[in-house]
Design a protein around this ligand. Structure first.
Ligand code: PRX
Length: 677
């Protein structure tokens, strides 16, 4: 736990960038002292602070309660509640509440397809109509309050429609990233016992067409084999309405009348149907979203109604300083928490005009993002360091040939941003006149917990700076003692904020053990952090067995179990190796069964194994043969040694190796690395 080291490329630079002066006038939080006053108030008068924010939203029933919690496993069960007794509906707050304010004809989303010229747009009123109709379809399929609905869709408007339709009727959505494999989808459907799946025939990204329906069919088959049948699969025939990248074919899609229904047909059948809003209790489940767990099995992170709603509304409003005329573009996928909170719920509650982009930043060329910024006059953009690094590799001309004068705030999320990427984002993209907000948070936190305020917080490249309102971060040492002032250790939070997760779906024990057992009395993020002399926080990365690849958390144990599922593999160990663009990448060491050889063909099979069991994102960049793995005498794999070998740092101090059962393994591994792949 105390093994906290700055990650690759994270040499801090101490330059300080003041908030851009033009942002200050009219900002929701203007100037550092306003932030400090509000922050102090949010801790000292938590209940009134959050009630004031919640007062912007609609509640069918009020509540006289604020945050209530137990963070201490020694005192009983862990729980967090917010506004107990209140009743509301999050979808209503995203749609009807805004329409009632006269915003029905405002654009909710521009949709930009993979191919140039493929575009759609939808107003708040049209979005409400579609959400209401789909909610009627879901009801007709037997979906009731509390039922889980799996959503496996690409970045098309039907994705937020599906999420909001569930929220309207109190069904718990479980969005599965469309880049995940059929096995990943099946395990999530089974864990949540979802009976309805919403998917699409396929989608396009860059030059490729992805056959999503095929994967959904495979998953449905796996669910049936496990006695958890999907009863209805609603299919959006997306490929039939878009341009297909040149050179690719429109795939043949199979339909099974016993399960599949056509989204468009169902929507026409129920057009105009009344499907009333379901008023939900404050702590009823809103959605679950799976995130990697260090034991390998993904955890279904549960978020509830009033708390998530208030927090996503507040963080979107303050961190992006959302104003009426903004055009806001978050490049994330709705399959991740960033898409949930900062494409769908937070921005819609703020009545913002957003962008949904199906394609990739390098198609048809690496200027696509800036082409979009110019085309839609984007004012606030939110992306990940991995995307910034990948675009830095191309000529600046791809950026500068487009007009970016509309940009005001540039956000970053998903992993620590190295100063070089920060500075490129600031100088090249933002012409040194935009605020950079490096937002630190997690699937579990629901929304930003450490972030600058764009018109208030001076920024330092690489630091997520200061806590959001109501968040009280502490750095604790390996013994669980708080480190006051400058120092480095484990990043914990001392008290809840409304958007914190409430449980792991179906596994309250795992919730308590994962987040509250390491340091009793605190929520443990799993990250290390350093606090500097100014109180600024620098998140240094995971201190557990999770790795962050292109801003996505992956479990080393999950990749290892995919590798050992191959009949030739005896044992596997996966560590994070540094990667210039992805931040880090899985590097696998495999021991083989007698008679097997790590040929290029076997490497391909192993990569396919990981792709099939988890998804393309988890495929190791390198797979190295290891005759044995470095283990202690008690049989524990010493990953720090493997990490050094993966990093290729021969001069690195490997620490004490005398406790290893067989020290000669290290020399063999270095040798294997030379001849490695
Ligand atoms: O390690 C931290 C890193 O991403 C983890 C959370 O991943 P996930 O739940 O998938 O959510 C990603 C999007 C919120 C964290 O534990 N992380 C996220 N943002 C930052 C970050 N690390 C440093 N700086 C950030 N801004």
């Amino acid at each position: 736990m105390s093994d906290v080291k700055p990650k690759f490329g994270l040499n801090p630079i101490e330059d300080v960038f003041e908030p851009p002066a033009p942002l200050l006038a009219g900002a929701h939080v203007s100037g550092l002292s306003s932030y400090q006053d509000m922050y102090r108030d949010s801790l000292a008068n938590s209940e009134t602070f959050w009630k004031r924010i919640a007062a912007d939203l609609y509640f069918e029933n009020a509540s006289d309660r604020g945050l209530e919690w137990n963070f201490d496993v020694r005192k009983g069960d862990i729980f967090i509640r917010f506004m107990q007794g209140a009743r509301t509906n999050v979808a209503y707050n995203c749609l009807e509440r805004n329409i009632a304010r006269g915003l029905g004809s405002k654009i909710a989303f521009f949709w930009e397809g993979n191919e140039l010229g493929d575009e759609r747009k939808i107003t708040y009123q049209e979005l409400l109509d579609q959400v209401t109709t789909l909610s009627a379809v879901l009801r007709a399929k037997g979906v009731k309050k509390g039922d889980r609905v799996a959503i496996y869709l690409p970045m098309i408007i039907e994705l937020p429609v599906a999420m909001l339709a569930c929220a309207r009727i109190g069904a718990v959505h479980s969005v599965v990233f469309a880049g995940f494999s059929s096995e990943s989808l099946a395990s999530r459907i089974i864990d949540g016992k979802a009976r309805v799946l919403i998917t699409a025939d396929g989608f396009c990204r860059g030059p490729k067409v992805f056959k999503l329906k095929q994967l959904a069919d495979d998953a449905i088959k796996l669910c049936r084999e496990q006695n958890e049948p999907v009863e209805t699969c609603i299919v959006v025939k997306h490929l039939e309405r878009v341009r297909i990248p040149s050179g690719a074919d429109r795939p043949q899609v199979n339909y099974d009348d016993a399960v599949d229904v056509d989204y468009t047909e169902e929507m026409s059948r129920f057009a105009g149907a009344k499907s009333p809003v379901e008023w939900m209790d404050a702590e009823d489940y809103l959605f679950m979203l799976y995130t990697s767990g260090s034991t390998g099995k993904p955890k279904g992170v549960v978020h509830t109604q009033a708390g998530y709603m208030t927090y996503s509304y507040a963080t979107a409003k303050f961190t992006f300083d959302l104003q009426d005329d903004d055009v806001y573009w978050c490049t994330a996928d709705c399959g991740w928490i960033t898409g949930h909170t900062y494409i769908v719920y937070g921005p819609l509650m703020n009545a913002t005009t957003g962008i949904i982009f199906e394609g990739i930043p390098t198609h048809p060329d690496p200027g696509r993002c800036w082409n979009l910024v110019e085309k839609y006059k984007v004012t606030k953009m939110y992306t990940a360091p991995t995307l910034i690094r990948s675009l830095m590799a191309f000529k600046e001309e791809f950026v500068t040939k487009y007009d970016r004068s509309s940009l005001k705030i540039l956000g970053s999320v998903g992993e620590p941003i190295n100063p070089a990427a920060w500075l490129w984002y600031y100088k090249v993209v933002g012409e040194s006149r935009c605020a950079i907000v490096d937002t630190y948070w997690q699937t579990e936190t629901g929304g930003h917990i450490i972030t600058p305020m764009p018109a208030a917080t001076p920024t330092k490249p690489g630091s997520a700076t200061l806590p959001f309102f109501g968040v009280e971060p502490v750095i604790v040492d390996a013994q669980g003692q708080e480190i006051e002032g400058p120092g480095e250790g484990n990043l914990c939070i001392k008290r809840p904020w409304p958007g914190i997760m409430r449980t792991v779906y179906g596994d309250a024990d795992r919730f308590a053990k994962t987040y509250f057992a390491s340091f009793p009395g605190y929520y443990f993020t799993g990250d290390g952090a350093r606090r500097d002399e100014d109180g600024y926080l620098w998140v240094t990365g995971r201190v557990d067995d999770l790795m962050n690849v292109s801003g996505h958390l992956l479990s080393t144990a999950e990749i290892e179990s995919a590798l050992v599922a191959h009949h030739s593999v005896a044992e596997a160990a996966v560590v994070a190796a540094p990667h210039d663009i992805k931040g880090s990448t899985p590097y696998a060491f495999v021991s083989l069964k007698v008679g097997a050889k790590l040929t290029p063909a076997l490497i391909d099979e192993l990569k396919l194994m990981v792709r099939t069991k988890i998804g393309a994102i988890a495929v190791p960049d390198a797979i190295q043969y290891s005759p044995g793995l470095p283990k202690t005498r008690s049989g524990k794999i010493t990953r720090r040694i493997l990490r050094k070998i993966a990093e290729g740092d021969r001069k690195a101090d490997l620490g004490d190796t005398t406790t290893l059962a067989d020290e000669s393994v290290i020399a063999q591994l270095w040798e294997g690395r030379n001849g490695g792949c």
